[in-house]
Design a protein around this ligand. Sequence first.
Ligand code: NAG
Ligand code: NAG
Ligand code: SF4
Length: 480
Amino acid sequence: MNISDTEIAWSILQKAGYSRTHELPEADVVLLVTCSIREKAEQTIWNRLKHLTALKKRCQKHKPLLKIGVLGCMAERLKTKLLEQEKLVDVLAGPDAYRDLPRLLSLGYRGQRASNVLLSLEETYADVMPVHQTPEGHSAFVSIMRGCDNMCSYCIVPFTRGRERSRPLSSILEEVRMLSDQGVKEVTLLGQNVNSYRDFSEQHFICSEGSTQLSRGFKTVYRTKQGGLLFSDLLDKVSQIDPDMRIRFTSPHPKDFPDEVLQLIQERRNICKQIHLPAQSGSSRVLHAMRRGYTREAYLDLVENIREIIPGVNLSSDFITGFCGETEEDHQETLSLVREVGYNVGFLFAYSMRKKTHAYHRLQDDVPAPVKQRRLEELISVFREEAAKVNMALIGSTQLVLVEGESKRSSEELCGRNDGNVKVVFPKTDLPIQPEKPQMVPITSGDYVLVKVNYGQHDNKIELIWLCLLSLVVNPAAGF
Ligand SMILES: *[C@@H]1O[C@H](CO)[C@@H](O)[C@H](O)[C@H]1NC(C)=O
Ligand SMILES: *[C@@H]1O[C@H](CO)[C@@H](O)[C@H](O)[C@H]1NC(C)=O
Ligand code: SF4
């Protein structure tokens, strides 16, 4: 999300005549894209701001106009505290105010501190074509919806990023087509609740029966919406644009996985068979306190249904340890859920109380920090064991890998990812364009290669897999 927001803000600034530098000493304006999801994310920004203001003081003489701006969730959450109380910042723009950046900056130049933290019911930046800037340009994020209406009791997102709204389908398709023309081979559809997508902007008659779209056993706290184009309609259209383009999406909510969506993922070769299914806890009691709208049993039924429809799918998840009222027994239920499901990737954190949330007002942050931490460590170790099993099962198999570029550890190696988003490392060599043909070409980023997995190695979150190369896949659509 931070990459996508940066690209949107950057596109707007570029149109207003700004150019970008990666060298801090060259910059006249420094903008920080921020996150408020945990205390620690904010602390990082405070430290960065202190560092920047020190720099600003030091170069007051030769650069009197240096401006510092804060964009995104922290701007929204802290609003004028950042401008007035701390006096560290010249410009503030909330997640829905990036269009206003050129004006805010121009006020900044006249010596005013300027802010816009209005949240919008409509802003999706649909007409802002982001300037994509992944290193090799073969992978891009496309924002399809913004905001969240779920109000999970621990979460600050509904307060910093506002109400849920979807970008019109036509503008998403236009952007994906453009990316395909530019040679992009992988698109990740982005949204806080990406599969809750619902485009009301055009009256379409092709829409699925938009009334009973929740996963079985799931509830929402807000009124179920009716009509409009759904995530399944979007996936259907996006995946047809370019059969060689991999489609991923994040971050989904488990409530919005009706069979239509699962069947599409199964049917379309270019939609990756990797689903993120944030559980947050394995205890129904804690899930209730979190207001997640499902029980452990409903979640496990969904997992079973997903595995039935998409055999061989890999699942990843998010968990919070030490939420308000979490007992040792609840914690054990989380560990057992992780063992039962067997995820390959996880984002695991100790609970961090955020102001404004339901939990802040109504619940007690009563699990002591060392206990949260100990439970987190236990969860991480169980998670690693399970992920190692899933990823080690790849040894001996042949995987279709989209090449990203040189590996971090050696310029003699390349790295890429398989369908399940597992990172793969292999030697840099030339390969025949077609098997049995003498003409050899070097492998470059954006190529698909078939690789046989020889062994795996433990990395922090994902297994690094060393491979032996089989061939370059010229027509991945046929080879998936
Ligand atoms: C986005 O966040 C990640 C994780 O903190 C960081 O590594 C990356 O540099 C950030 N990218 C941008 C463009 O802000
Ligand atoms: C994970 O995905 C791989 C392919 O990427 C597949 O072979 C494997 O069966 C999946 N694992 C599980 C546990 O489903
Ligand atoms: S679904 Fe829940 S956790 Fe996710 S952004 Fe919305 S309120 Fe936060």
